[in-house]
Design a protein. Structure first.
Lengths: 96, 548
């Protein structure tokens, strides 16, 4: 039996979730890896491992976006976290 | 056996839907990628089969210095002060492959990449490659024949394949232990396809996940590195290359004076033989600043010890002094090099020899089976009274089109092999590729016209079997190297592979008992009552085991 439609989102909510998952997931995965790479001691290893962990985290975030009850909350959360990680990276890059 | 705790209804249905949607969108693309990729694993093994002129050529007295001389004096304006990579000829692949740069027409123009082949006996550049089967299937496995968009499409297919693999595991989570070996031919067709899909998906999970990730790596790495390179390294990707590959750590000065020390390569070759020739096989040579004072050359080699996984090794020399500058050997390799190297070995099955490649090949076909059974579940699960007749017909037609495209790739690949030897040399590659793609198109259009999946399957198996049997015949008649006569392993092995494939295909076609399903179930007259009866029956067949 196919999935029961009463649990699924449709229309605008679904569109926002897809955008959140693909673009927001990319930004969040990128900013997370940048933040990790801002610590000089582990930078090389993080950059090299990101060549595959980036994709796994991206795909995982795409999945998580669809679990949200409200798509706008998910988009907001992804963008805020990306900004926090990105800001921390920017600060640490010059501080460390 | 222990049953794992399932997910609540909401997340379960969300995972389920995501798996269904991503699966049905990706299925055909993944089938083509895995089917063509399976053959690509043996690209260099069947090279001697596809190019008869190479079967007799013997490489004697091959010198790298003569390749360099040919590059310097040839009629292509190479920029040898940029990176140049030569992949060296082997007995089974007797060609020098050249990856170089051409001088831009204007000063400061953007660099032009060049890739070409050279005959290792005459040191002549080969303008057009003489054969294409391996190359065609290799390109097909990342849709490179589609201009511009092909690699990106294949890249995102890989990325979403990670997604489909994760959602698949989550959907199957509750039964992951109990149904590990649940494959069988009992129950309704929907159950058979479901069991096949989950069991083969489960057994192939590490393999498929690995390919989803490494496939993304090869096609979408740009997206991963872009933020790092721009924000951390000021736009120069060389620093990331340095982490990934040892040879990028050789320093070159932009102020180095023009000078030609290429003659020094002979002495370096002797030095390399003495130091590494016993334990390593030379596979390629990379040069930079070749016509400057600080010219450098890196020897790429693989360990002869079959037990080493990280078998790649590198030694760098300066041409002027002939001195060894750096070495990166299996025993003292940096962690970051190992990561990138392991991605390469896993993706190309370049470890463990032919046995690993054979296992990879079978696993790739299993994966194709997972994709096809997924399409069939999708259709079967929708063949009930919840859907209108028009919807059901649509599901049925989509399934038919998808199966036709997937299954006729098999006979088309067999046609491709025969076409390679039958088509004359003039405009060879273009004609062979045209024959391949047109025959795939015509075969799939013909298969789509059948009304049942059984007919599509039988049609593809019959023609696939027939064309497979033709492959050794064509080789025998065209080249005279019948598989019982030739001494070239790659030639008789390829012939025997196709012979066995043909026979197997015919016997599967003969012994397989697929049901005749001429179309979707007609809506049951009387509606609701009958539907309820069928639902309860279906529930009895699967007592709380499957949630599909």
């Amino acid at each position: 039996m196919p999935a029961q439609s009463k649990y699924l989102t449709t229309g605008g909510q679904r569109a926002v979730k897809i955008i959140t998952g693909i673009l927001g997931g990319y930004l969040l995965s990128a900013s997370f890896h940048l933040l990790m790479a801002s610590f000089p001691a582990i930078r090389d290893v993080v950059i090299i491992l990101s060549s595959f962990s980036f994709f796994i985290i991206w795909a995982g975030l795409l999945l998580l976006a669809f679990l949200a009850k409200n798509a706008w909350n998910a988009l907001f959360l992804y963008l805020v976290l990306s900004l926090v990680f990105g800001g921390a990276f920017w600060y640490l890059k010059s501080a460390l | 056996m222990m049953k794992l705790k399932g997910f609540a209804n909401r997340p379960y249905n969300i995972f389920f839907h995501l798996h269904t949607v991503s699966g049905i969108v990706l299925a055909v693309g993944l089938f083509v990628i895995f089917f063509a990729g399976a053959f690509t694993l043996f690209k260099s093994e069947f090279y001697l089969w596809e190019s008869p002129q190479a079967r007799t050529s013997e490489i004697r007295d091959f010198h790298v210095s003569r390749v360099l001389d040919a590059l310097k004096s040839g009629n292509v304006a190479f920029d040898l002060n940029d990176e140049t990579f030569l992949s060296l000829p082997t007995a089974e692949h007797p060609l020098v492959q050249i990856f170089a740069h051409i001088k831009p027409e204007k000063e400061g123009g953007s660099e032009i990449h060049y890739s070409g082949k050279m005959d290792p006996v005459s040191y002549q550049m080969l303008d057009k490659p003489g054969s294409t089967v391996g190359e065609t299937l290799y390109k097909l496995h990342f849709f490179d024949q589609i201009p511009y968009a092909g690699r990106w499409i294949a890249g995102f297919v890989s990325l979403f394949f990670i997604f489909a693999t994760i959602t698949g595991v989550l959907v199957h989570w509750k039964n992951i232990l109990t149904k590990f070996w649940a494959y069988g031919f009992k129950g309704t067709w929907k159950q058979i396809w479901t069991n096949a899909h989950t069991v083969f998906g489960m057994l192939g999970l590490p393999y498929q996940f690995m390919y989803a990730v490494t496939g993304s790596f090869y096609l979408l790495l740009f997206l991963v590195l872009m933020p790092t390179v721009i924000l951390l390294y000021g736009g120069s990707p060389e620093k990331v290359f340095k982490l990934a590959y040892p040879m990028y750590n050789m320093e070159y000065s932009e102020d180095a004076k023009a000078a030609d020390y290429t003659g020094g390569i002979a002495a370096i070759q002797r030095k390399w033989e003495a130091a590494y020739g016993k334990d390593y096989t030379l596979t390629g040579i990379q040069t930079n600043h070749l016509l400057r004072e600080d010219a450098g050359v890196t020897y790429r080699m693989t360990s002869k010890d079959p037990k080493i996984f990280f078998s790649s090794a590198y030694v760098g020399y300066r041409l002027k002094e002939g001195k060894e500058v750096f070495s990166s050997l299996p025993q003292d390799k940096r962690f970051t090099y190992k990561v990138i190297e392991s991605i390469m070995h896993l993706h190309f099955a370049s470890f463990g020899g032919l046995l690993v490649k054979a296992v990879y090949f079978v696993m790739a076909l299993f994966s194709c089976f997972v994709f096809v059974s997924g399409i069939l579940i999708w259709k079967e699960a929708r063949d009930n009274n919840r859907y209108t007749a028009a919807q059901k017909r649509f599901h049925w037609q989509v399934t038919r089109v998808f199966l036709a495209i997937c299954f006729t790739l098999f006979p088309a690949v067999a046609v491709l092999f025969s076409a390679e030897l039958l088509v004359p040399a003039t405009d060879h590659v273009f004609r062979v590729n045209t024959i391949f793609f047109v025959s795939w198109l015509l075969l799939s259009l013909a298969a789509m016209r059948f009304s049942s999946e059984r007919a599509i399957t039988r049609f593809s198996l019959w023609l696939g079997g027939l064309f497979s049997l033709l492959v050794p015949l064509v080789n025998g008649f065209v080249t005279g190297d019948w598989f019982w006569k030739t001494s070239v392993t790659q030639v008789w092995a390829t012939d025997l592979f196709w012979l066995a494939t043909g026979l197997l295909s015919f016997s599967v076609c003969h012994f397989m008992r697929l049901p005749e399903q001429p179309g979707p179930r007609e809506p049951v007259p009387g509606g609701r009552k009958v539907r309820i009866i069928r639902e309860t029956r279906e529930k009895r067949v699967t007592p709380g085991v499957s949630r599909f």
